[in-house]
Design a protein around this ligand. Structure first.
Ligand code: 4AD
Ligand code: MG
Length: 446
């Protein structure tokens, strides 16, 4: 008995195999029952012929409810018409064990459901083909990210989730009582700790859950998401952009290599991912602002004009980013944002203190920011001045300031939102489908 993975079924043509999984769909055609079985790695059509099975067993199959768990043994046959993922093969049912006949009232039938219903049933919704495909892509995005970093000399460091202070603005902090120590906050970033780590390890990354009490209810914000954050010693802004484009290219290539059937099942245009080739175009914030101001001034539709309102100094909203991403097929780097709209730790532009050495990577097709990063302030007194100016608690940053006293070097890093990259790779609308159990301001269940 060879238990196979459905995604490898093409290797077993003509052989007798065993598939363990769940009945996703069933069609009866008189003497034939077609079961679409999913095993976690794919979906395969299993064909039961009345003449091959005991009458009692066949009668059970005719009535077998969706989601019943089964173990099926039989020969693998190539058939171009066979549905499934990857598809093109079917298994003849010579033997079937029904591990459990599911209850008949499965709530997530294969029709379309409203968003709220689907989210309330997320524990079952993740079994659906589209959700399964998206989350498989996500797992590959994460594996590819780690693979690239591990192969390029980065050490993975786990940074704390419970932290003593804000790093990305005080308005998005989740706080909790912390014994006799006062308040602790859920990490908005692991960056500050990685800035300590580089002085021991050179190149590091952290990859973990990140929390933002974002009041924004948009299709690209979660309150809990997974951020990848590399940090690199002896690296300036140009060096950082090169790292980002190499890594993003690797992720896209690996998703294309390993997740083609899933992408095709989602209707993704693969050419969009194939065009993610370095170098990515670079545009200064100044030029981006000029372009947006021009667009704004030319816009005649009053509703659109309101959305496109822009002047130098503003941060980009989603509509602005969407306009900028229309300029290229490839992802776009926008660098040199006004310091006022960015975090306190960003190195000022030489000779232009109102601008900082920051860079956002905007994904095409309207996806917008998927990575945000910068060169960090490496001078002790300049950093202290920034902390004081922002009114941040100096005591909580004592250790962070001290890093600038003992062998300070130019260094840079960025954060990548796993769910945003996954949504982009999959071509889906909302990032809440790009994480197994999404957390938003309106949802902590299930
Ligand atoms: O631009 P952000 O806020 O940057 C930082 O946190 C830096 N400390 C990172 C660094 O330099 N080490 O976040 C980085 C990325 C964004 O580009 C976005 O992709 C994602 O994290 N992100 C979110 N994803 C989902 N929901 C949210 N609320 C997000 N906020 C940020
Ligand atoms: Mg950002």
């Amino acid at each position: 008995m060879t238990i196979i993975r459905v995604d490898k079924i093409s290797e077993y043509e003509g052989q007798e195999v065993t598939v363990q999984g769940w009945v996703y769909n069933r069609t009866d055609k008189g003497k034939l029952v077609f079961l679409l079985v999913r095993d976690g790695t794919g979906f395969v059509q299993c064909v039961a012929f009345k003449g091959d099975l005991d009458e009692a067993v066949f009668d059970q199959l005719v009535r077998l409810p969706q989601e019943s768990s089964v173990i099926i043994t039989g020969p693998v046959r190539a058939d171009k018409r066979a549905p499934g993922i990857p598809g093109g093969y079917e298994v003849g049912v010579k033997k079937i064990e029904i591990v459990q006949a599911a209850d008949v009232d499965y709530p997530m039938s294969l029709k379309d459901h409203g968003a709220d219903f689907a989210l309330d049933n997320r524990h079952l919704w993740i079994r659906m083909q589209s959700q399964w495909a998206i989350l498989r892509v996500r797992a590959t995005v994460m594996a590819a990210t780690r693979e690239w970093l591990d192969n390029n000399g980065y050490a993975e460091m786990s940074t704390p989730i419970l932290t003593p202070a804000a790093a990305e603005g005080t308005t998005t902090l989740f706080e909790t009582e912390y014994f006799d120590e006062g308040k602790a906050y859920l990490a908005q970033t692991g960056q500050l700790y990685n800035e300590a780590n580089i002085f021991s390890f050179g190149k590091v990354y952290c990859f973990g859950p990140t929390f933002r009490a974002e009041k924004s209810k948009t299709r690209r914000h979660l309150t809990e998401f997974w951020m990848l954050e590399p940090e690199i010693a002896f690296c300036d802004l140009d060096g950082l952009m090169e790292v980002e484009e190499q890594m993003i290219h690797h992720i896209a290539q690996r998703v294309l290599r390993d997740r083609k059937p899933e992408l095709l099942s989602l209707g993704r245009d693969l050419a969009k991912l194939e065009s993610i080739q370095p170098p990515f175009p670079r545009m200064s914030y100044d030029d981006a602002a000029k372009y947006l101001i021009d667009l704004y001034e030319k816009e005649t539709d009053p509703e659109k004009k309101e959305l496109l309102k822009f002047e130098w100094g503003m941060d980009f909203g989603a509509p602005h980013e969407a306009e900028l991403t229309k300029l290229n097929e490839k992802p776009l780097f926008v660098y040199g944002y006004p310091s006022a709209v960015k975090a306190f730790y960003m190195e000022p532009w030489p000779g232009r203190p109102e601008v900082c050495k920051s860079v956002d990577l905007l994904a095409p097709e309207g996806y917008g920011e998927v990575c945000g990063g910068s060169e960090r302030v490496s001078d002790h007194d300049a950093l202290l001045a920034r902390i004081q100016k922002e009114g941040l608690p100096e005591a909580a940053f004592k250790w962070y300031l001290e890093l600038r006293k003992f062998g300070s070097v130019p260094h840079s890093g960025f954060g990548m939102g796993t769910e945003r990259v996954t949504a982009w790779m999959c071509g889906i609308e909302h990032i809440r489908e790009a994480i197994p159990f999404p957390r938003t301001i309106k949802r902590v269940y299930p």
